[in-house]
Design a protein around this ligand. Sequence first.
Ligand code: GLU
Length: 545
Amino acid sequence: MDNKKLAEILFPDIKTTPEEMEARFPERQLPEGAMVTRLGPSPTGFIHLGNLYGAFVDERLAHQSGGTFYLRIEDTDDKRFVEGAVDTVIDSLDFFGINFDEGAGKDGDKGDYGPYFQSERANIYKTYVKYLVEKGEAYPCFLTEEEITEIREGQEAEKLTPGIYGKFARCRDMSLEDIEKCLEEGKPYVIRLRSDGDPEDPKEIHVEDAIRGTLTMPENIQDVVILKGTGLPTYHFAHVVDDHLMRTTHVVRGEEWLSSLPTHFELFTKLGFDIPMYCHTAVLMKSENGNKRKLSKRKDPELRLDYYKETGYHPAAVREYLLTILNSNFEEWRAANPDAPIDDFDFTLGKMSTSGALFDLDKLNDVSKDTLVRIPAAELYTFLTGWAEQFRPEVMKDLEDEEYLLKILDLGRDGKKPRKDFVTAGQMIDFIGYFFDDLFRIEDAFPEEAADDAGAILSAYLETYDHQDDQETWFGKIREIAVQLGYAAKPKDYKKNPDDYKGHVGHVSTVIRIALTGRAQSPDIWEIQQILGEEKTKARILAVM
Ligand code: GLU
């Protein structure tokens, strides 16, 4: 068979050579040890937590090492293209502080290794497909869908490995005349790799994975499709050509790609390319009723990245949490460096889990509490108003008074044991709602011990109320009211002799707390009153008397 002639017949327009490609996309000039990583989403417009998880690893590896992180759009499957998808990827990741140095961008491509849309790289792939055909390493295959189904059914019946390989690869050894005849008849075809794998006795291959160590697997035996009927490559081929030419050093991708690794290994080898360092990340799992399962698009809203934005998670909290699942030593580091910027943490692939990484919203909420307490009130103010503007515009009028809001946000956050009760922007607004008349509602019931005396407690409180009182004087007055009405001045007195009292001073102050905040739990009442101001404080008491 004259392979050169075949290649010419199949790709008459392709004049470029692999050597020219090498020259066009030379090795990057980067410092020793700098890593080049990429995110390769399909433009489906759906970007999920798994993408963020992987992107985070990419970003850290590149930026920690002084390398490059780029965005490549994997749009060889034209059915799935969604308008605006590129902006969605960029914006979604930008929200979490993940930015690309190079690649597809909102205003077009940036960088010397483009185009960064695979659909625009057809001739680059074809250059290599033509080269493989010339070498007899790839061939056109005219099998129809029906024939492939028939082959598969036969294999199933005989319990054989399914696929197009060995004797099932019926077009492997077609003569040039037969191929030309099919082409003349206009028969649709794809280009397949002529695999060297031995279907009878596959050899072992060894591939390095920075997370999993050396992987040992059976070699590829399949004559996989490398170029589809559309003239665009399959994922396998595009991955190998692009990651080589774009000089990717570390390929971070989900473990679902492990099974096609032997194919990629063979393609890299046949093309004479160095194999990049693979980093196959673990699948994100969720624990449900004691069982671990994969996060599901249908069942778990938290899989959508927009969920975090809409709910009002601070991006820093999500980053912080992702690092706790990504690197087993992160929490320890954070405990030792509570105030250090997160990027000071030395992220390492070796500390990544190889079995399912557990994603837990409760844990995220805890991490978020710790993260928000470290964010200064002024920054929280910007975050909160930014969020509300988009997701709860009706409360914006309440949030306009910056001075007032700053006091609220700072309440109880200084000192040795700061309050850690802010979780998300949405929850914060509900949480501080009582500072605003239109959001204020009585939510909790008066404590049983003091419910009957509520009116008496509040009127005595109002009578003796002096906004200028310091905290001690103020509490002294509450204690007096308590004693006058038959309550113990100290909880421990009540505990000792419960029959001697109706309750204790805590029950009395809870009545006041509920009148002022609507809730049985809140930060310090005196401090709340100082923020609310005299007029509002008195009005609230009066309203429930
Ligand atoms: N386009 C592939 C995906 O969306 C990318 C996988 C990879 O990173 O290699 O799953």
